[in-house]
Ligand binder design. Structure first.
Ligand code: HEC
Length: 442
């Protein structure tokens, strides 16, 4: 802690003066300063079984990448976290971003020649979970129920592939309330080729159930699990079938019989949580007002397009996560709340969207927006079809709506729980009380 504090002073006061002698004396070392950051923010992917291209667990592994690490972290490309740190809510359950101070430490360390330092300073080695393990297992124990997709033969090369088997839903003898779900592609193949997917339960009797579909789990690279806030759950009926919707993207590796699994964790038998959630619901930013979906997406070559979509909440609601979805030209998506009293507030803004990642920004229980009935949710998206967009496959093209990555889409997935006025009152009171506690304790 003391060292970090010294850094703060050093970086803010001295670094700008480029005092090389001070840097030489004080340069951070791998063992003492860098390894803890990499363990905390990088190792979950950069390990031999993770999705990162190289492991970053030892000095020998990290040393050759020192300058590349500096480059990717100062540009905020790594870790993948594309949220604007300067506006909107900043407290998330799954925040993997680096602080300014951590970025500076990595950067000064790389510039100083990436010294190893004293191995005695190393933090205890991490226990890395196997690539095939459930990520939630450590926290939640093994899943109560696992559902599996029908096997799929993965081709090595070619265009996007869609696999949409329908499977009976089995394993529950009475209605249960879902507390958490994890979507797990196979390891190692599935982790590379499953780009995104949905496992949606279609109830046997939609009329009786009151719902046409129950979205158990939705997945994208960077988003694989969901834990609903305490007291919130999704009602899961006993009978129905699972409509799988899996998007495979060939990456040069083939395999037969690939199976995706979804793990489900329920509230204890007989326990009914206070609030019923829909899970992730789609909020479109395209083709509203009676237009066909996506009909308004028309991005000119070497140009930009800005689109807005608004949704009025006809009951109070709590948003527990925000996951923008666009494709390769998508750059920005802002979610604002316009309250019934006219106040307007940016809730969250992703300003460096990257289609290779589908990050769900999961608010903490204390930060999740609690919105009154009549709130307008306004989404604004910016598409960049210029050559400045680093993942633009071809700025010469007109771009319209479509399922392929080279076409566009424009919507957000919001973890939504609609509540009644009484629940709204309680939630607001609890929020005030926790803010008061926070204020007093500071
Ligand atoms: C959620 C998983 C994940 C996390 C967390 C993560 N990375 Fe990565 N990293 C990847 C993947 C996947 C790639 C390759 C694709 C890409 O560049 O987007 C990558 C690429 C990189 C590259 C470029 C490698 C190359 O050869 O081009 C560097 C450097 C890097 N990561 C460093 C880091 C550092 C440092 C951290 C932590 C501060 C970190 N990453 C955190 C998944 C991750």
């Amino acid at each position: 802690m003391k060292i970090i504090h010294r850094w703060k002073i050093l970086t803010s006061v001295v670094a700008l003066a480029a005092a090389n002698t001070v840097l030489a004396q004080e340069a951070p070392t791998y063992s003492r300063d860098v390894a803890p950051i990499l363990q905390d923010k990088c190792a979950s992917c950069h390990n031999p079984e993770g999705i990162g291209p190289m492991p970053l667990l030892t000095y020998e592994q990290v040393r050759p990448f020192a300058l590349l690490i500096k480059d990717r972290t100062t540009k905020r490309i790594m870790p993948p976290w594309h949220l604007d740190p300067n506006v909107g809510i900043q407290e998330f359950k799954n925040d993997m971003s680096l602080s300014e101070q951590e970025i500076t430490t990595l950067s000064i360390w790389a510039d100083a020649g990436a010294p190893e330092g004293d191995r005695a300073d190393l933090p205890a080695p991490l226990k890395i979970a196997s690539g095939a393990a459930w990520q939630l297992e450590e926290q939640m124990g093994p899943p109560d129920l696992i559902i599996r997709s029908a096997p799929y033969d993965v081709i090595a090369n070619g265009q996007d592939q869609w696999w949409t088997p329908d499977m009976p839903f089995e394993g529950l003898d009475k209605e249960r309330w879902l507390r958490a779900a994890e979507f797990k592609p196979s390891f190692p193949l599935g982790k590379k080729v499953v780009h995104h997917g949905h496992a949606v339960l279609v109830p046997q009797n939609p009329e009786e159930d009151g719902r046409r579909s129950v979205a158990l789990a939705r997945y994208g690279v960077g988003k694989s699990w969901e834990i609903y806030p305490e007291g919130t759950g999704m009602r899961v009926p006993t009978d129905g079938h699972i409509a799988w919707n899996l998007h495979y993207f060939p990456v040069g590796a083939e395999g037969t019989g690939d199976v995706v699994e979804v793990g489900l964790w329920f509230y204890p038998d007989g326990e009914r949580p206070e609030m019923e959630t829909e899970g992730e619901a789609m909020f479109r930013v395209d083709g509203l007002n009676g237009m066909a979906r996506g009909q308004d997406i028309v991005i000119p070559p070497h140009g930009y397009q800005v689109l807005q979509g608004t949704h009025v909440l006809d009951s109070p609601a709590i948003i527990h996560s925000y996951r923008p979805h666009m494709h390769m030209r998508g750059r920005v998506m802002t979610m604002e709340a316009i309250y019934p009293d006219g106040r307007k507030e940016v809730l969250s803004q992703v300003d460096r969207y990257n289609h290779n990642w589908q990050i769900s920004y999961i608010y903490t229980d204390e930060s999740q927006p609690i919105l009154p009935k009549g709130t307008v949710l306004q989404f604004s998206s910016v598409f960049d079809n210029t050559a400045n967009n680093p993942i633009n496959p071809d700025p010469e093209q007109w771009v319209v709506f479509g399922r392929r990555g080279v076409d566009e889409m424009n919507h957000a997935w919001l973890g939504m729980t609609y509540i009644n006025e009484e629940q709204y009152g309680i939630a607001i009171d609890q929020r005030r009380a926790s803010q008061e506690t926070l204020r007093v304790s500071q």
